[in-house]
Ligand binder design. Structure first.
Ligand code: EPS
Length: 371
């Protein structure tokens, strides 16, 4: 089996997050600093909460990399939770107070029902978006494989609350550069300042905000994925990967939902040949995928994140012990995590493309893939 796969483990307030990447080809240069850079990017963003003042996520590579190159063995990654010492004693003694009022929109209720628990703590510990730190570390490793094939994955925020950015007609790389300079990861500086205002207003009123982000993968070779079977379709796999990020409620590829309201002649990307006989297109409304197969154009994916479910303003809920009405309790949370989610989106798209590359080119070593 040559399939590339990964698993994560760990709780939000436990000792650490762990990831194991398996089936990763040998001979890929793995830079720890490139992983740490993405971990820092995920931690940032205007609207993040108090936890990010505690954490300074860095990765320890504990297997599968020797002298800065992947060996083909499982890659083990560990990110310590700096918050752990604040929880350790009560955690180990088992005297953390039970949580019996589920937050609407979080995994609390569904998790309690599913696992037959009288306490939402085990649910929220694992369902917390803290787990995405491990995914970002894995995604940063995938990006290093993609870089060997000149594939680049970038992400930026397009909307926060009801503030929508006007995306300038510049290259994805330039958009990304602007997003990198923005604390809401938005390339439109005017919209970015209105987004910050919207986040401030939500914080003031004890509320939370969602948003949307765009992920672009440039340099993706044609022919990844297949129409031959449902689970080989690259668009389906990318959508599943991005939808699996906590709080993501919508994913579209290319023009997505807008294309449903247009006639076919206004949607499909016509083919032309240039003087050199090469096929080209003037548009990319399909977002780089037709028939579930990459077509050589940049892959463009757009995702919608709902507002964070933990709100300072209580929401109506039920005490699961007494079945009586109750209000949600608040400790701390982000007001808006859409900028961070865009970094996680990059990771999940990079991962899915790395998987598809390994499938197509054969994955024991980078040299073999290149051949
Ligand atoms: C997160 C850490 C968590 C939350 C957030 C994501 O830290 P804490 O619960 O200790 O404040 O800030 O989790 C959620 C958004 C959630 O709904 O669970 C992180 O590292 O990203």
């Amino acid at each position: 089996m040559t399939k590339l796969r990964f698993l994560t483990a760990g709780e939000s307030h436990g000792p650490a997050l762990t990831a194991i990447v398996e089936g990763f080809p040998a001979g890929v240069a793995i830079g720890t600093e490139l992983i740490n850079r993405d971990l820092r990017r995920r931690q940032g963003g205007y609207g993040r909460g108090g936890r990010m003042d505690i954490e300074q996520d860095t990765v320890a590579i504990e297997g599968g990399v020797l002298a800065a190159y992947s060996t083909g063995s499982p890659i083990a990654l560990r990110i310590e939770n700096r918050d752990w010492p604040n929880w350790r004693d009560r955690w180990v003694a088992g005297d953390l107070p039970r949580i019996t009022v589920p937050r609407p929109g979080h995994a609390d209720y569904a998790g309690m029902v599913k696992y037959g628990l009288n306490d939402a703590r085990p649910v929220l510990e694992r369902a917390s978006a803290r787990e995405t730190a491990a995914r970002v570390a894995v995604g940063a490793i995938a990006k290093q494989l993609l870089a060997a094939f000149k594939v680049e994955v970038i992400g930026y925020v397009r909307q926060i609350g009801d503030v929508e950015a006007a995306i300038p007609d510049i290259t994805p790389k330039e958009l990304w550069q602007r997003a990198e300079d923005s604390d809401v990861r938005c390339p439109d500086t005017d919209a970015a300042s209105r987004m910050r205002e919207a986040i401030d207003a939500a914080r003031q009123s004890g509320d939370s905000l969602g948003g949307t982000f765009v992920i672009v993968a440039a340099g993706v070779p044609a022919g990844l994925g297949s129409y031959a079977q449902w689970d080989r379709r690259l668009d389906g796999r990318l959508s599943a990967a991005v939808m699996s990020i906590p709080a993501i409620k919508g994913v579209e590829i290319g023009e997505g939902f807008a294309s449903a309201g247009l006639p076919g002649t206004k949607v499909h990307d016509e083919l032309f040949t240039g003087d050199d006989g090469r096929v080209y297109r003037e548009t990319n409304r399909a977002g780089g995928i037709e028939g579930g197969v990459s077509n050589g154009k940049p892959i463009v994916l757009h995702a919608a994140m709902k507002p964070i479910p933990t709100t300072l303003t209580p929401l109506s809920s039920v005490n699961m012990e007494t079945a009586k009405p109750a209000s949600t309790e608040y400790q701390r949370s982000d007001v808006c995590a859409a900028p961070a989610a865009s970094v996680v989106g990059e990771a999940m798209v990079a991962w899915t493309l790395a998987e598809a590359l390994v499938e197509k080119y054969g994955g024991d070593s980078l040299a073999e893939m290149k051949r």
